[in-house]
Ligand binder design. Structure first.
Ligand code: SF4
Ligand code: SF4
Length: 364
């Protein structure tokens, strides 16, 4: 399994400074992947606050003035994170789905669901796990890259991401993304790779099922993938001898409640036409996300051709989306071909895991 990006970047070797290429230092973010999406934060969700967001020293000082007893987790290279409650619970500042420091919240929280990945450009993308985003923005991709369109409702989040990039991006952003640097492809190579993948979109085969199990809850509830389900709130996936265990995670960090154990599909689940269209749209979108290509360069790079490695990652992601969509549908007491709404549930349950530290904190 590809290492979950939420585990964070490896520090550079001692003495090695992180520097951006001069051409990137003051460039603006590339926001093409935001086009056509509409965003409105969903009341009662709070999903992005089940996290330990990174804080700068200035933000830390501001937060302790609001809440003197706040706890922080000290990370490597001077990074600090706002502590979350136990049992996979929310950040300590969340109370009844509201941030007690909303006006002074850290930058990763201000820019969510916008996330920035740095390679040979700084590319803004969206954490599609956020239920405040609508699937129509993604559906535009069902036949490949769509025409340019402005996003709706993301101005403040994009402005926060751009301000962060201009203010401290050079050192801090590169530090965030150091794990995936080292891409050895030229710009022309990346363009050719993308064209090939769009032309022949990778698709999971029966042998790709069952898809990979989620982590074991014994390793800590905070390690589990988490999603928002209207009927249950925050739901985490954990592995279990009988299938996948679905757990309701509470804001306060109470012991999670088991909602059920559902075996993942052992062959590709049937899809409606609209369901298949949305899976295809997601894969086309991932082909254009720099994060998805750079992911194969983590841990020393691919052993074989880069195109095969990216295609294999896309297939694994698609199999996970289909499996999580199917498991969530059966948790709901249904068992029918997966339609676009089911697939959107599966994408939301999967996307954050494949992103490069979407809020520079744990999980989200
Ligand atoms: S995950 Fe999205 S919808 Fe939910 S609280 Fe965060 S920004 Fe709002
Ligand atoms: S600080 Fe960030 S993660 Fe914590 S409650 Fe506020 S918005 Fe949520």
């Amino acid at each position: 399994m590809r290492v979950c990006p939420a585990q964070g970047p490896s520090p550079p070797p001692p003495g090695e400074e992180l520097r951006l290429p001069p051409a990137l230092a003051l460039s603006r973010l590339d926001g093409a992947l935001l086009g056509g999406f509409r965003f409105q934060c969903r009341p009662g969700c709070g999903l992005c606050c089940f996290a330990e967001p990174a804080v700068t020293s200035e933000e830390r000082q501001r937060l302790v003035q609001i809440e003197p007893d706040l706890e922080f987790v000290e990370g490597e290279r001077g990074w600090a994170f706002l502590a979350a409650r136990p049992n996979g619970g929310a950040c300590e500042l969340l109370s009844e789905n509201r941030c007690r420091a909303h006006g002074g919240r850290p930058t990763p929280c201000q820019q969510f669901p916008v996330t920035v990945h740095v390679s040979d450009r700084a590319q803004a993308s969206l954490v599609l796990s956020c239920p405040g985003l609508d699937p129509s923005g993604l559906l535009r991709w069902s036949a490949g890259p769509p025409t340019a369109q402005a996003p709706v409702g993301l101005a403040a989040e994009l402005a926060a991401a751009e301000a962060e990039w201009v203010r401290s991006g050079t050192e801090r952003e590169l530090d965030r993304h150091a794990v995936k640097r080292g891409r050895s492809l030229s710009a022309a190579g990346v363009t050719g790779l993308r064209a090939a993948l769009h032309r022949e979109l990778p698709w999971p085969e029966p042998t790709d099922f069952p898809s990979e199990d989620p982590p074991d809850a014994e390793d800590g509830f905070e390690e589990l993938p988490i999603t928002f389900v209207g009927a249950h709130g925050r739901v985490a996936f954990g592995s279990h001898p009988g299938g996948w265990m679905l757990l309701a995670i509470s804001e306060a960090g109470d012991e999670p409640k088991t909602l059920g154990v559902v075996p993942p599909p052992t062959s590709p689940p049937p899809l409606t036409t609209a369901g298949e269209q949305l899976v295809r749209a997601y894969l086309h979108y991932l082909v254009e996300r720099d994060d998805a290509i750079d992911g194969v360069f983590a841990q020393g790079g691919p052993e074989g051709p880069v195109t095969d490695a990216v295609a294999a990652d896309l297939v694994r992601t698609a199999a996970t989306v289909l499996s999580r969509a199917s498991v969530l549908q059966r948790l709901d007491g249904r068992e029918e071909p997966l339609d676009a709404a089911d697939i959107w549930d599966g994408i939301r349950a999967t996307d954050a895991e494949w992103l490069d530290r979407p809020t520079t904190g744990r999980r989200f």
